[in-house]
Design a protein around this ligand. Structure first.
Ligand code: CU
Length: 151
């Protein structure tokens, strides 16, 4: 019985090593950001931003604030039934994703210091309830950019 327990623990450690987990990593959020972009704004002082935050960890986290040197303020909005509502935070579930996309959740960059132009990048800092902050270089795309077609 004892021998069998030892073997099981060894197999488990091997499986964790194979998937790149560090043991302690399974007990906290592991966040990464992808698919970020800002459509070149048509307004002089306001722009939208989109991205996906993936949590490969075993614990929930929350996006609690967004900031950028390019804007006086960045707010987070949800869209429900066509109406947008400012949110103070968004949940990022364990083994889940938080998606900001056109027509849904979005970031609003307000009081822009310079109008972002296609081809530039905007540096965005994401702050979380539990994890350390992440900095994203958000590319500025055309005003009509659609991530599913790449245009
Ligand atoms: Cu909005």
């Amino acid at each position: 019985m004892r021998r069998r327990a030892v073997l099981t623990a060894g197999a488990l450690a091997g499986a964790l090593a194979l998937t790149g987990c560090s043991g302690s990593g399974a007990a906290k959020a592991e966040l990464s950001v992808a698919s970020s972009y800002m459509p070149q704004p048509v307004s002089a002082d306001m722009a939208a931003g989109f991205l996906t935050i993936t949590n490969n960890g075993g614990t929930d986290d929350r996006l609690t604030s967004v900031s950028s040197a390019a804007a006086g303020q960045v707010t987070m909005h949800s869209t429900v039934g066509g109406a947008m509502t400012e949110e103070s935070s968004f949940a990022i579930p364990a083994h889940g994703r938080l998606v900001f996309k056109s027509g849904g959740n979005h970031l609003m960059f307000e009081k822009l210091k310079h109008p972002p132009r296609q081809g530039q990048t905007v540096t965005v800092k994401l702050t979380f309830a539990k994890s350390g902050p992440l900095t994203v270089e958000m590319p500025v795309k055309s005003a009509t950019y659609n991530p599913s077609t790449g245009h």
